[in-house]
Each structure stands twice: as structure tokens, then as C-alpha cells.
Design a protein around this ligand. Structure first.
Ligand code: NAP
Length: 289
């Protein structure tokens, strides 16, 4: 099927019922009058190769979410630099002959920071977490020219994997902190920006925060990738401490817009529509809880 006649899009993952991607992409399809339909498909790990073969025959593209973001890599013909470096793909584009993988979380994170008015160049930044989102953030921070990255994660094995990956993929100075060292190192190093790339505080664990409130101060900007709930406990406490805060909903939106730009082949100017798309997603979130 030729690329021009491909109009079907999907998000694949498991679980998938609570994904915000269908609501986000339907908004974009309507707002930009795009000739696509978008569906969500629950794909169990063992079904991924056969579903992928079916999708590549007739779909224009897919978003990929947990648990397929890493394991899908061998099925793809080409990877972007971001996908290759982070080892994760959240967007696939199908042309007649080629299945191309991209990780739009990298650009999504940078655009979220830009929209929040936070400059990264030359800054010292703490990343909490060492999973897929943390790697996308770390790679993005390098692209943005930060001066030093501190990485701290609850489990030592995942932190050690992330350290090995950073040694190979990251050229910026970095330090690795064990979880029990977090508060002591924070007081010593005083990073200017703190980014939560863990799932701590995410619905239903809304009373969790990765950082004790006494560690928050007006000096450090606090960013939370978690967008359900809004604000998270971490961001509420950071605001109470007088800190500038950035929530993760805009990252979700702009990484989705970046996927759509790959599929439709045009730049999509989403900034004027941000309040409307935020409202759509917040009402979707409210209907989930
Ligand atoms: P992942 O690969 O499964 O990694 C999860 C990370 O969270 C691990 O580092 C894990 O540490 C840590 N963690 C989980 N529960 C914790 C807790 N109670 N306290 C401290 N650390 C905890 O997941 P991911 O893909 O990186 O996603 C992480 C979060 O980012 C999710 O909440 C996701 O929704 C969010 N996210 C948001 C966007 C966006 O567009 N805004 C994009 C991507 C991801 P251990 O190693 O100790 O288990």
C-alpha cells in the first residue's frame, strides 16, 4: 500500500485502556484536519512480532508504549539517532519498504522545558530515576548543553545499568548517587534543576514523592514527568517551598505532536491549541480516576 493511502494509526501496549494517546491524537487529527484514524490496541508481548507484521502492511504508523518500547527495536529497519542512543522507540513510521523508529520523548522533554521558560545550557541537573524516561531525559540534557548531570535511582541494579549506558552514550560530566545518598548529596551539590523521571507519585500512589519536602527550596526548579495527578505531591510541596515547577502534561502533548509530524510530514503549530488540548486530556484523566 502506498504511503499516501495509509491513513491508519494506533498505539500499541499492554495495559492500554488508560492511555491518553487516543484522546490526544484525536484532538490533533480534528484540530489540524488530518486524514487519519487512531485506535488503541492491546498487544501482549508474545503477539508483538505478528501484530507488527500486520501493522507494517497497512498502517502509516504507531505509538509504542510499555512493555514494547525496547523490545520492538529488532523489528525496525532504521532508527533515529535519539532512538538508537536511548535504546527505546515510542514512534514508528511505515513507508512502503521501511519501518523507521524514533523516540520523540527526547524532543518532547526539551520542548516542555522551553514552554516552561527553563533554560538548560550550563546548568547542573539532578535526574531521579534510571528507566526509559530517565534515559530520554539524560540524552536530551546532553543535547541541551547542561554542564553536569547527577543521576539517582532507588534500585542499585537499574542505576548500574544506566551508568554503563551513560559511560557509552553521554559525553557530559555526570555523577551517580545511590538512593540512600540522595539527601546528603543534594545538600552538597545543590543542583539548579531537579527532574523526577520515576513513577513515584503517579496514580494510584498519589501520596508518594521521590523527595522529602524538607529538601525542597526556592533555589531549585522542580520538574515532574508524571502528569497523573496534576499537580503531583512533589510539585505541590515544591510550590509550597517557593520553587518554580514544571509538570509533565506538556511533554506528553509535544511528544505526541512530534509523532504526528512524522506521520503527516508537516510541521504542526500546536502552541495556540495547548490550553484546549490540556483541557481535553485533563477531563480524560478525571474520568479515569
Ligand atoms: P520505567 O522504565 O518502568 O522506570 C521506572 C523508574 O521509576 C525506575 O527508575 C524505578 O526505580 C522508579 N520508581 C518507580 N517507583 C518508584 C518509587 N516509589 N520511588 C522511587 N523510584 C521509583 O518507566 P519510565 O518509562 O521510565 O517512566 C517513568 C515515569 O515517567 C512514569 O510515571 C511515566 O508515566 C513518566 N513519563 C512521562 C512522560 C511524559 O510525556 N510526561 C514520558 C515518559 C514517561 P527502580 O529501579 O527502583 O524500580
Amino acid at each position: 500500500m502506498s504511503t499516501a493511502t495509509r491513513t491508519k494509526l494506533a498505539v500499541i501496549g499492554d495495559p492500554i485502556a488508560h492511555s491518553l494517546s487516543p484522546a490526544l491524537h484525536q484532538f490533533l487529527i480534528d484540530y489540524f484536519h488530518l486524514p487519519f484514524s487512531y485506535e488503541s490496541r492491546r498487544v501482549l508481548p508474545e503477539a508483538l512480532p505478528s501484530v507488527f507484521a500486520e501493522l507494517r502492511r497497512g498502517y502509516r504508523g504507531v505509538n509504542v508504549t510499555i512493555p514494547h518500547k525496547q523490545v520492538i527495536l529488532p523489528l525496525l529497519d532504521e532508527l533515529s539517532e535519539n532512538a538508537h542512543a536511548t535504546g527505546a522507540v515510542n514512534t514508528v513510521v511505515f513507508d512502503e519498504a521501511v519501518a523507521y523508529g524514533e523516540n520523540t520523548d527526547v524532543a518532547g522533554f526539551l520542548q516542555m522545558m522551553h514552554l516552561g521558560g527553563i533554560s538548560l545550557r550550563g546548568r547542573e541537573v539532578l535526574v531521579l530515576g534510571a528507566g526509559g524516561a530517565a534515559r530520554a531525559v539524560i540524552f536530551a540534557l546532553q543535547q541541551a548543553g547542561v554542564s553536569r548531570i547527577f543521576v539517582c535511582n532507588r534500585s542499585a541494579p537499574r542505576l548500574s545499568d544506566c551508568e554503563s549506558w551513560m559511560a557509552a552514550a553521554i559525553g557530559v560530566k555526570y555523577e551517580i548517587w545511590l538512593w540512600h545518598q540522595l539527601h546528603e548529596r543534594l545538600l552538597e551539590r545543590r543542583p539548579e534543576i531537579i527532574i523526577n523521571a520515576t513513577s513515584a507519585g503517579m496514580h494510584p500512589n498519589v501520596d508518594e514523592s521521590p523527595l522529602a519536602s524538607r529538601m525542597l527550596s526556592p533555589e531549585a526548579t522542580v520538574v515532574d514527568l508524571v502528569y497523573n495527578p496534576l499537580p503531583t505531591k512533589l510539585l505541590r510541596e515544591a510550590r509550597q517551598a517557593g520553587a518554580r515547577t514544571v509538570h509533565g502534561l506538556n511533554m506528553l502533548i509535544v511528544q505526541g505532536v512530534a509523532s504526528m509530524e512524522y506521520w503527516c510530514g508537516n510541521h504542526l503549530e500546536v502552541e495556540p491549541a495547548l490550553p484546549a488540548v490540556q483541557k481535553t486530556l485533563l477531563s480524560k484523566l478525571a474520568s479515569h480516576v
